[in-house]
Structure formats: C-alpha cells, structure tokens
Ligand binder design. Structure first.
Ligand SMILES: [Zn+2]
Length: 265
C-alpha cells in the first residue's frame, strides 16, 4: 500500500512541473488521463493558461459563458478560443422526480439569467474532467483571491446555487476543495427552506395536488394572489412553494385572492 502511494506521489511529482508556476495547464483530455501521450486527431491539445490574478491569486481559466445546458452545466469559450462544456463541481441541480424537476427548470433558468454572456473564472480541482470529458470547475464571478468562506459565498456561482436552494451538494472525490463549505451552505438553505427545501419540508400541498379534483375546490398562487379551478392550466403551473388551497370560493376571496380570468372560478 505504502509503495503504491509512493509510486503515485512520484508520478505526480513528475507531472507537476507542467502545471506549476503561474498557470494551470489546461484541461487534459480524457485520453491523456488514461496515459496516452500522443495527440490524436480531434483530441484537444494542452494549452497553457495564465493565472489570474498575477500576484498571489488562485490559478483560474478566464472564460465567457456561451450556452446554458441546465442549472449546473454550461458551455464556455476560453481565452484561447477553445470551447468547453463545463460541469459545476460539488453541486447537483434537480432533474429526477416530477416535483423536483420543477426546481431543475428553475435552476436552469436562474443559471441562464445569471451567467449567459458573462465572463467567469474557472477554478479546477484535482480531477479536471469527468468520464464524459466535461471540464469540472468552480465557477467564480470574479477572480478568487483568498478562497475564504466569505469569498465563496459572495462570488462563487456553485455556492450561490446551494445558498438559494436550487442545488444540492454532490461531492465526488477527489474534487473536495470546498465540500465542507458547500455542506454548510446547503444546511443554511435547508433551514431557511429556500427553493427545493421548501418543497421537501412541506410536501402536503404537493401530494394533495395529485388528487386536486376530488379534494380541492380552488388553487391559489400566493405569489400572484390569483386563484383557479384545479384543472386550470395556470393552476397546474404554480410552483409548489406558492401553491395554496381553498375548500370554498369565499375563503379565497377572504384571503385576498382574485379569481383567474381564464378559468373563472
Ligand atoms: Zn385559472
């Protein structure tokens, strides 16, 4: 075991000089990670990237966001013009079940709103790519200087998604640089019932909505203050956290809700 470790350390030491100094060597291709040294046609070449800032900041890849795939996956153009698909490290935006999927869409919309066309600074961790060849990164909105918890909270987009409850922590070793901070931020969002945590903590309206036609007469949107018949298209689009139910029309009116003009409840 010890020998194996020593061997690994030796290998790292041999590889390291290429990645030291001011820049990080830009992302290795999956082929290279498997130990194939030759460049094959179509395989991206290594290209050195300048560290920002010059003095004592963390090495990052400056990039422009050109496309949003979903809440945690984007396409960027690096400074050298190369395009990369980037998966955020340490977080996972929802997509699985019907309810959680709603937050998947919100997360994608949020990422699209915040990051499209924006300059970002990609910090990499130990593993540069996943098995799909995507670049794995912490997406900073400004160049990180001290990488403190405060700075992560303020300027790292991965952390923002956790803080507003649009993502959950997903730690995949060896990329664990900020895992503890991420867990802390997630706890904070969960306790404040932000985003998807609000849904999970108060599942009642969601489960009732499945049998709305038998048990619920009217569905309100606490955000728009409108109320609907359960089968109204607009009622079905209300985010779970904004969904309110009324047994009687008068209850909705008394609560200050206006009848929808489409379904006329
Ligand atoms: Zn309606």
């Amino acid at each position: 075991m010890l020998l194996v470790r020593l061997f690994i350390i030796l290998i790292i030491l041999l590889i390291l000089p290429a990645g030291c100094g001011k820049g990080i060597v830009a992302p290795e291709t999956p082929g290279e990670m498997k130990g194939q040294i030759e460049n094959k046609p179509g395989v991206v070449e290594k290209s050195p990237v300048t560290a920002l800032p010059e003095d004592k900041g963390t090495p990052v890849l400056k990039a422009t966001v050109i496309y949003i795939v979903d809440g945690d996956t984007i396409h960027v153009r690096l400074e050298n013009g190369r395009k990369e698909k980037v998966r955020f490290i340490g977080v996972d935006t929802p997509e699985s079940t019907r309810i959680v999927e709603l937050y998947g869409k919100e997360a994608a919309a949020y990422t699209r709103k915040e990051l499209t066309d924006r300059t970002v600074y990609l910090e990499l961790d130990v593993a540069q790519r996943d098995k799909y060849g995507r670049l794995l990164a912490y997406v900073w909105l400004m160049p990180p200087r001290e990488n403190s918890k405060t700075e992560v909270r303020k300027a790292m987009f991965n952390a923002t998604l956790l803080l507003i409850g649009l993502a959950q922590v997903m730690t995949v070793p060896p990329n664990v640089k900020y895992a503890d901070i991420f867990v802390e931020f997630q706890k904070e969002a969960r306790e404040a019932e932000k985003g998807l945590w609000g849904t999970i903590k108060t599942p009642a309206p969601v489960s009732i909505s499945n049998k709305a036609s038998t048990e619920t007469k009217y569905i309100g949107n606490s955000n728009s203050k409108k109320f609907h018949r359960p089968d109204c298209q607009w009622a079905q689009k209300i985010a779970p956290r904004n969904r309110v139910e009324f047994g009687k029309r008068e209850e909705a009116i008394k609560a200050g809700y206006q009848p929808c003009k489409t379904c006329k409840p």
